[in-house]
Design a protein around this ligand. Structure first.
Ligand SMILES: NC(=O)c1ccc[n+]([C@@H]2O[C@H](COP(=O)([O-])OP(=O)(O)OC[C@H]3O[C@@H](n4cnc5c(N)ncnc54)[C@H](O)[C@@H]3O)[C@@H](O)[C@H]2O)c1
Length: 318
């Protein structure tokens, strides 16, 4: 959102479900890719889009899990299939792109890893959280650009996180080669990069392609596997027995997938691009006083263009 834009609001409350936000929408014939769709928020996103009639491809490393998910959804009006994709391996991204045929209406860049405790690198030597959450998705988006353009009114949906607020993109040392690695700094930076991906894609508006980012909220999934019990307790997520504490802000999967589905399919956001959503609304600017919101560093168009150039140069040297 820049200063000339009014903030987009929807009739949906923060805990509306994914099914509720696209009630009555018919996605028959719409072709959708959901990365990381074999678990968590991604699976619910797949389910609701296929329930509305979409042809959904789960792009995933785990083919067995994806096959199980697809079998569970066999009775839905749409179709669900799976295809191999490892975002942390450029050759896998290239193979997915090579095998994709025809137009693509919606790309949901959902897959992610969070807070890997010790710096890991990919086959290309890239820091794992940046590579998985952002660089792999950037490569995928670039590779699928002509398919998105061919769809006419394609949408890119990038699943970011509130963690973006703590971490501007560090152009001096994005890969943590000189500064000490920190699991949350790396996660936050990758999620800032995800918002900037949506902002940078405004260059494709003339092709009918829109791109928006979102924070799904806090949902207990496999994502928290690197968080130890002490951290979960500190965050108020679990009690002393390791039981999840019900929180007003904690969301179910059905609620956590709502913003993804809203941005993927709702007519309310037709033509809207380069924005960041939270609790099913376009987020206000983050301030120290109020929790939530979008940090200015994530919507900065200059940073978005600089990051686009950075990612393009990194991919070119791989
Ligand atoms: N759960 C939350 O509270 C929360 C909060 C904010 C943001 N998010 C974001 O939501 C998205 C979905 O997370 P989730 O909570 O459903 O967790 P999840 O762990 O259930 O799902 C993440 C998916 O990404 C896939 N993935 C990981 N690395 C991959 C790779 N290299 N190639 C292909 N796929 C890969 C995993 O296999 C998994 O299916 C993530 O981007 C996450 O950062 C989640």
């Amino acid at each position: 959102m820049n200063s000339n834009q009014t903030r987009l609001t929807t009739p949906f409350h923060s805990h509306a479900t994914a099914a509720e936000v696209i009630e009555g929408v018919d996605l028959t014939g719409r072709r959708v890719v959901v990365t990381g769709g074999a678990s968590g928020i991604g699976t619910e996103t797949v389910r609701v889009l296929a329930a509305a009639g979409a042809e959904v491809t789960i792009a995933t490393r785990d083919q067995a899990a994806a096959a199980k998910v697809a079998a569970t959804f066999a009775d839905l009006p749409g179709t669900v299939r799976s295809a191999a994709l490892d975002l942390a391996d450029l050759s896998s991204v290239a193979a997915f792109v090579r095998d994709w045929r025809g137009p693509l209406d919606v790309l949901v860049a959902n897959a992610g890893v969070m807070a890997i405790p010790v710096r890991e690198v990919t086959a290309q030597g890239w820091e794992m959280q940046l590579a998985t959450n952002y660089l792999g998705h950037f490569a995928l988006t670039m590779g699928l650009y002509s398919s998105l353009r061919a769809a006419g009114r394609a949408r890119i949906v990038v699943v970011s996180s509130g963690a973006h607020r703590d971490a501007p993109f560090n152009f001096d040392d994005p890969q943590f080669e000189r500064r000490p690695y920190h699991p949350w700094a790396a996660y936050g930076q990758s999620k800032t990069a995800d918002v900037l991906l949506a902002v940078g894609a405004r260059r494709w508006a003339a092709d009918g392609i829109t791109a928006n980012a979102l924070n799904p909220g806090w949902i207990i999934t496999n994502l928290q596997r690197y968080m130890d019990e002490a951290t979960m307790r500190e965050m108020g997520a679990i009690d002393e027995n390791g039981e999840i504490i019900p929180q007003p802000y904690l969301k179910t999967l059905a609620q956590g997938a709502a913003a993804s589905v809203l941005l993927a399919a709702s007519p309310l956001v037709e033509g809207v691009t380069g924005r960041y959503f939270e609790d099913n609304q376009e987020a206000p600017p983050a301030t120290p006083e109020v929790p939530g919101g979008v940090a200015a560093h994530a919507l900065d168009p200059d940073a978005a263009d600089r990051l686009w150039d950075y990612a393009s140069s990194v991919l070119a040297t791989a």
